[in-house]
Ligand binder design. Structure first.
Ligand code: G6P
Length: 432
């Protein structure tokens, strides 16, 4: 069993290594290859050394290799995990700051920021997929790279690689719901459907009893249903009761856009955008990782938004390897699961996972109040993917104009110009 991790120098890697160690009794890994680009040499070496110490401490016979050679990493891999960030945190900070100039939400994965990240990332993932098709055509690609829904959809539409898009939001929502209801996570049945970072929990059951209203009441009373990276604006009780579903933490940017924008602008001025804050956290994290006596995942990693990432990734791989038919919420082609959406778009949905991969659990027609937003955001995503692949500026303009955060085609045009100029080193498709 060989696992290749692209973006292996990421600060999240110890999370992944811990997951592999904790699941060692369920499936046996022989080799982990961490691959990164030369510019990330220092990070790869620090995090790679920590990964080796963690494995050594576990006593497991797993070989950890570090390389800059992507083809070598991919060759004969059983699983390829992608967790890279084109342009690093500087590019993310631009994605977050540029929209604010136009009074538009600036966020890493949604809105114009997510658009910019997608057009930088999609050409790179397609190159990686070319290599997977050549050097490990049966491998599963587990994509954690953001914006995970759009990146996964691009892979599905333009390559033959077996891909599953993964996000830690559903597993965190499930954990938080279990905490709020004071039950064990495994005793909670929760159904998810929607899009990545726009997913709804539509059913919540414990021991056959519907717990949706109890949960809504407790969330409206202020119980935590959020991630570390998102401002904790409180949910309105009447709204949630009318919706009869739990929005994900990212829904705040859509349903409380005014409040979130004010907070983002204040934060950008006083504390820096999230990427700027993350840079500070990362600096401290890598200092901690460099300690030659450290051989466990440090607590400080919890400051980041990626909680339970390894849980999501490694339990998913376990289900594929062991054919355990467990339920995971992942990003997969729609294929009729939500009849309101085209077959070839990627949705985030609860699936039964076996050795053939994820089998989506039928959702049925979405109600108008959810369908409206999903349709609009999916149209934005489809246009963004097309623009990312073709470099067509008209499609890019339509993508941004279609996004719910963007108030007019005029603002969309200004934003596009700014984003294309700022990111030009990463966008050869637009500067042919
Ligand atoms: C959440 C999201 C991830 C995102 C992360 C950012 O966990 O689900 O998609 O990458 O937050 O966290 P950060 O600490 O980098 O702001």
């Amino acid at each position: 069993m060989k696992i290749a991790v692209i973006g292996g120098g990421s600060s999240y890697t110890p999370e992944l290594i811990e997951g592999i160690i904790l699941r060692a009794d369920q499936f046996k890994v022989d080799e982990i290859v961490l691959v990164d680009i030369e510019a990330g040499k220092e990070k790869l070496e620090i995090v790679g050394a920590l990964a080796k110490r963690m494995i050594q401490k576990s006593g497991l016979p797993i070989k950890v290799e570090l390389t800059f050679n992507r083809i070598k990493a991919i060759t004969n891999a059983d699983f390829v995990l992608t967790q890279f960030r084109v342009g690093g945190l500087d590019a993310r900070a631009n994605d977050e700051r540029i929209p604010l100039k136009y009074d538009v939400i600036g966020q890493e994965t949604v809105g114009p920021g997510g658009f910019a990240k997608a057009i930088r990332t999609i050409p790179v993932i397609l190159d990686i997929c070319d290599e997977i098709e050549q050097y490990s055509k049966d491998a599963w690609l587990i994509n954690f790279t953001n914006p995970a829904g759009m990146v996964t959809e691009a892979v599905h539409k333009y390559t033959n690689v077996k891909v599953i898009g993964l996000c830690n939001v559903p597993v965190n929502m499930k954990q938080m719901a279990a905490n709020i209801l004071e039950v064990d996570r495994d005793d909670l049945n929760i159904s998810f459907s929607g899009l990545n970072h726009l997913v709804y929990a539509t059913k919540v059951f414990v021991g056959g009893k519907d717990k949706m209203n109890t949960l809504i009441e407790r969330i409206a009373e202020g119980r935590n249903m959020n991630m570390r990276n998102i401002h904790d604006a409180p949910w309105d009780k009447e709204f949630l009761q009318a919706l009869q579903a739990l929005p994900c933490p990212y829904h705040r940017y859509y349903y409380m856009m005014d409040e979130m924008l004010i907070e983002e602008k204040e934060a950008a001025e006083l504390r820096g955008t999230r990427a700027e804050q993350v840079k500070v956290i990362e600096k401290a994290l890598f200092k901690t990782y460099s300690n030659p006596n450290l051989d466990v995942k440090p607590k400080e990693l919890e400051e980041r938004g990626g909680a339970l990432y390894s849980e999501a990734a490694i339990s998913l791989i376990t289900s594929i390897v062991t054919n355990d038919h467990a339920i995971h919420t992942v990003n997969v082609p729609n294929n009729g699961t939500i009849p309101n959406l085209p077959d070839d778009v990627v949705i985030e949905v609860s699936c039964v996972v076996n050795s053939e991969g994820p089998q989506p659990i039928q959702v049925g027609t979405l109600p108008s109040e959810i369908n409206g937003l999903i349709q609009q955001v999916k149209a934005f995503e489809q246009l963004t993917i097309e623009a990312a692949v073709t470099g067509d500026k008209g499609k890019a303009l339509l993508a941004l104009t279609t996004n719910p955060f963007v108030p007019s085609s005029k603002v969309a045009k200004l934003l596009l110009q700014d984003l294309l100029e700022t990111n030009q080193d990463y966008l050869p498709q637009f500067h042919k």
